[in-house]
Design a protein around this ligand. Structure first.
Ligand code: SF4
Length: 296
């Protein structure tokens, strides 16, 4: 229950504004939010501070609750790009392949997938499948990251895009950060390019980065993910210095979620997230299969 209202639980993603994170009952990455939405919400209303697919995921895993997305225009640019039609065409071209969709996808795309994954469990999910060939959507960089860490054949369909925020991080920016902060460690998200990942000391999801920030002995860490994670890293590992790898690592859609919008949404108890009945059961099944593979 959030301090903002006794009937509301507020879940916030690691990339939203610090004041929104501070007001939230729980802050986490996509996998953590999916689990929290399913297991820890005991109020009739759940407000999701994040982008559209996260609110959809919360609604799919919590059909008994009213899920509110304070700003429906906060939409993941990568998730918007791939359509279910694109994916069905890819399935038709590769009938023996399993389809793994990153949670950063629409409910309609999830509904034509076999299983979902997050950046925290993508390799684990792919390795758990019986099929030897896997269509992986909708992030090309994450697909290549997984392909390098599994014996499965990973198919990257032409319609697969990239996260515009992480994909824009360059090798030159990483090298410049190392020059400015000698001895610093570099950690990056698997949505960055393979070339950037090759420059890093650690590659991981935001939850992986938070754990690594506690374990590392480096005094300074260069952070190659959305800057919303920086205050959480500082809180998790006080006394260490965390430097954004680029000033451009800002997701404008995540930053659209403000405290004012959340307060207005709670006061008006909307906008409510609804998933069409013809896609909800199949999309939910893909999410639940992921949770089953990834430790419940
Ligand atoms: S950071 Fe990238 S993947 Fe995440 S919501 Fe923004 S555009 Fe989508």
């Amino acid at each position: 229950m959030t301090t903002l209202h006794p009937d509301v639980t507020l879940l916030a993603h690691n990339y939203v504004r610090p004041e929104v994170q501070a007001a939230a009952d729980y802050v986490g990455d996509s996998l953590e939010l999916a689990r929290l939405a399913r297991d820890r919400v005991d109020t009739p209303y759940l407000v999701l501070a994040g982008v559209d697919f996260m609110a959809e995921t919360a609604a799919l895993l919590n059909p008994e609750k009213t899920v509110i997305h304070p700003e429906p225009f906060a939409r993941c640019a990568m998730a918007l790009r791939l359509t279910p039609g694109d994916l069905l065409e890819a399935r038709a071209r590769h009938p023996d392949a399993a389809v793994v969709s990153y949670v950063n996808s629409s409910a309609a795309v999830k509904a034509v997938s076999d299983v979902c994954c997050t950046s925290a469990n993508a390799v684990e999910v792919v390795n758990a499948l019986d099929e030897e060939t896997v269509i992986f959507v909708p992030d090309r960089n994450l697909a290549l990251h997984v392909a390098a860490r599994t014996d499965k054949r990973i198919i990257v369909v032409p319609e697969t895009g990239c996260c515009p925020v992480h994909h824009a991080l360059t090798v030159a920016e990483i090298r410049e950060s190392r020059r400015l902060y000698p001895g610093a460690e570099v950690m990056v998200h698997p949505e960055t390019t393979p070339e950037v990942q090759a420059e890093a000391d650690f590659i991981g999801s935001t939850s992986g980065m938070l754990r690594h920030a506690v374990a590392t002995t480096a005094e300074t860490v260069i952070v190659g993910t959305e800057t919303g994670l920086i205050p959480l890293l500082e809180k998790a590992s006080p006394g260490r210095r965390f430097i954004p790898a680029s000033p451009h690592l800002v997701c404008p859609d995540m930053k659209m979620i403000t405290l004012e919008l959340i307060e207005a949404a709670i006061a008006g108890k909307g906008p409510v997230v609804t998933i069409p009945g013809d896609i909800a059961p199949r999309a939910r099944a893909a999410l639940e299969r992921m949770l089953l593979i990834s430790g419940g």
